[in-house]
Design a protein around this ligand. Structure first.
Ligand SMILES: [Zn+2]
Length: 384
């Protein structure tokens, strides 16, 4: 944190930042807001702009009963709410049945047709055949699925190539899932299958990210070469150390777990804490201890778009220092996702993604909710 800084923006780029020793061009428009903290635009690490909270409509019903047009219309409004909340970039990890519409929304935002964050998109995501949903556990019914199914290593490589062709900025695969009639999370792909996907993605300059909650699913994803692990619920200190050694970051999605528990009836602060929440806290604290890189990503969409800061508050509540949470939501996410040379910090030659929040989020993380100014690519979307 610094005091007395000035940031000079020209076009979509930061041309100078720091104590004001530089001369301002004569036509400079000056924006100054007292009592605020200037930050890089925040980066949501795990969003689903094509989903809305499950207490409004269950995931199954969103995928099966809402038309693509309805889902896109909702996504447009979710994108606007996200930007207004100070998140100038989102890593959107799967349309959940809305095919490649994230690539289209990304383009519309880029062209200025609708306001929204810069999008890093996964398109459909990849699951092992028969492991995903919707699943009504009726063997007579084959339902359309919330992700692309592959049944073997050849289909895996073909699907990775198709998704890249259709606009994927990264490949997301599910290394485990609640597979089969008992609903228990189990590994779904072999390490070789995962390595095939990450190898092809890497050839194209793209990362692969893995949904994984089991230890074995995490282990295969790490050894298979993914860049980040999403959720990691059963993670212990040993597996987080392995992630650290292999340069794999963790995106813990604490807010999704809390939201889901509350939809199932948990009243936070009153009544006993569900076992899943207590276990997640323990796991997150092991991650902190291990030194693994921790991203900020809440799985927003499970809960309300624009309420992204919920994850940051929970990271603090579960034991992380506010300044480290702020780093996760900016420079750490940018670097982990491969965009560290463009976004996530305020310095010369970076894209001008800048926000102002009321108060000091290093003292109270909830200050990141009080966004009074948003600039993305040098364009003002709020305040000023
Ligand atoms: Zn997700």
């Amino acid at each position: 944190m610094h005091t007395g800084w000035t940031v000079l923006v020209k076009g979509d780029t930061i041309v100078a930042a720091g104590a004001i020793t530089f001369k301002l061009p004569a036509i400079t428009r000056i924006i100054a807001m007292k009592g605020t903290t200037l930050m890089p635009g925040m980066i949501e690490g795990h969003s689903h702009l094509f989903l809305h909270p499950y207490n409004e409509v269950e995931w199954n019903d969103q995928v099966m009963t809402e038309s693509r047009a309805e889902r896109t219309a909702r996504a447009v409004s979710h994108a606007a709410a996200t930007l207004q909340a100070g998140f100038t970039t989102v890593r959107d990890l799967g349309t959940e049945g809305a095919m490649y519409d994230d690539a289209g929304l990304k383009t519309a935002i880029k062209k200025g047709a609708v306001p929204g964050p810069r999008m890093i998109v996964a398109t459909r995501a990849i699951v092992a055949k028969g492991t995903y949903g919707p699943n009504l556990h009726n063997a007579d019914i084959d339902l359309p699925q919330g992700a692309a199914e592959v049944g073997n290593i050849n289909e895996m490589s073909a699907e990775v190539r198709t998704q890249i062709n259709k606009g994927a900025d990264l490949i997301k695969l599910y290394a485990d899932y609640r597979w089969g009639i008992d609903g228990k999370a189990m590994p779904t792909f072999s390490t070789e299958e995962i390595a095939m996907a990450t190898g092809i993605a890497k050839s194209s300059g793209r990362q692969t990210v893995a949904h994984a909650s089991t230890l074995e699913g995490m282990r295969r994803a790490i050894m298979g070469g993914v860049s980040t692990i999403e959720h990691g619920d059963e993670g212990d200190e040993a597996i987080f150390k392995l992630m650290k050694d292999k340069g794999v970051a963790l995106c813990p999605t604490l807010a999704a777990g809390e939201a889901t528990a509350q939809y199932r009836g948990w009243k936070k602060g009153a009544g006993p804490e569900p076992a899943r929440i207590s276990e997640k806290k323990k796991s997150f604290q092991s991650a902190l201890k291990s030194g693994v890189t921790i991203c900020m990503g809440g799985d927003v969409g499970v809960f309300t778009h624009g309420d992204n800061a919920r994850e940051m508050e929970l990271m603090v509540e579960y034991g992380m220092k506010p300044i480290d949470v702020l780093r996760s939501a900016t420079s750490v996410n940018a670097t982990a996702f491969g965009y560290g040379d463009k976004i996530g910090s305020i310095r010369k030659e970076m894209l001008a993604d800048i926000i102002l929040v009321q108060g000091n989020p290093e003292d109270n993380i909830s200050a990141v909710r009080k966004v009074v100014f948003v600039m993305k690519d040098g364009k003002v979307y709020k305040g000023g």
